[in-house]
Design a protein around this ligand. Structure first.
Ligand code: SF4
Ligand code: SF4
Length: 325
């Protein structure tokens, strides 16, 4: 079996944290997701309804899979956008992280191959993998009341990458949920998108060796919170077709693309520190863009590799006009 120090020397070259989860059935987590979808919380994100069988079992993505190596890449910015500008979520300051994380993971998977030949697949938001869930199982933090992965050393501003491998690896120690009685993210959310609305028990892990019943498990892990994506400004400004709903315009303020409010409110981010990844630096001039006059060719040139391509210029401009009016 590959030992922890070998893996550490491989993964700490490119990532800020890593951990291992053993692949096991995750029926409770899928039941939770099904109920979330039935409640309509996914809004127009039809893709969330597809491929549930793949989400339920990573072996569907790689039949030989035995372990998931989950990695975190810190993207906490050195410099924040001025508050008076139309606000872009920090993850979208730089180039699209999906390719960055995946290419690093592929490089490291090949490194492992030299020591221990294996079959593998790498993902970063690119396949139906429940990434926050598996990251929590891999001991990289816990899922906070706002649905974000909270890592006690890095905070919440991290990208999650997944390496599924045929190697049988020692699973990492699972971390206890440390949200406690805190509700800062809930109070910071301007739209009330974080609901205290119990869904079926989530399949989040217990601490290793712990044996508590389902109700204690739910309470211990604050699992009776969920997000109604339809109310979330990230969904409204990125995923949803058309403009931000009329009833949310006032509370949305100058939110242009994505929203970081609940993350910024999280006290665990006091331990966050600016990232050290040059490839995650902001796109030059991104804070100064004049969205009203930006042409399609300029958008495609300047923001060619930006995650903002997901919403597209038309939607971003429409949102900008809402802010200005
Ligand atoms: S991202 Fe913004 S709108 Fe969405 S839950 Fe967090 S604070 Fe609320
Ligand atoms: S703000 Fe508080 S409740 Fe929300 S994720 Fe952070 S610690 Fe948990």
């Amino acid at each position: 079996m590959l030992n922890c120090s070998t893996l550490d020397s491989i993964f700490s070259t490119h990532f800020d944290a890593w951990g291992v989860a053993r692949i096991e059935p995750i029926d409770e987590e899928i039941a939770h997701l099904r109920k979330w979808l039935e409640n309509g919380y996914a809004g127009e994100m039809g893709y969330m309804h597809r491929n549930l069988h793949l989400r339920a079992n990573p072996k569907e993505l790689l039949p030989e899979a035995k372990s998931m190596i989950m990695v975190l890449m810190n993207y906490y910015p050195r410099e924040w956008q001025p508050k008076d500008k139309p606000q872009i979520a920090a993850y979208a300051y730089g180039n699209d992280y999906h390719h960055i994380v995946k290419s690093k993971l592929t490089e490291l998977a090949e490194e492992i191959n030299k020591v221990a030949p294996h079959k593998y697949a790498v993902f970063c938001d690119s396949a139906p993998v429940l990434e926050r869930y598996w990251a929590a199982r891999a001991g990289l933090g816990w899922i906070g009341k706002n649905g974000m992965l909270v890592n006690p050393k890095l905070g919440t501003f991290t990208f999650i990458g997944t390496l599924i491998t045929s190697l049988e690896l020692e699973p990492s120690e699972v971390m206890e949920n440390r949200c406690g009685t805190c509700r800062k993210c809930i109070d910071a959310c301007p739209t009330g998108a974080i609901l205290n609305n119990p869904l079926p028990l989530r399949g989040l892990p217990l601490k290793q060796g712990e044996n508590i019943n389902a109700q204690q498990h739910t309470l211990k892990n604050n699992l009776n919170y969920t997000i109604d994506a339809r109310k979330c400004l990230s969904y409204q400004t990125i995923e949803k077709r058309g403009e931000v709903d009329n009833e949310l315009i006032e509370v949305a303020g100058n939110t242009l693309y994505g929203c970081d409010r609940c993350q910024l409110a999280c006290p665990w981010n006091r331990f966050a520190h600016p990232h050290k990844h040059p490839e995650l630096e902001p796109i030059e001039g991104i804070f100064e863009i004049d969205w009203a006059s930006m042409s399609r060719s300029e958008f495609n040139r300047k923001l060619k590799f930006s995650p903002m391509q997901r919403a597209g210029l038309k939607k971003i401009k429409a949102r900008y006009m809402q802010i200005e009016n």
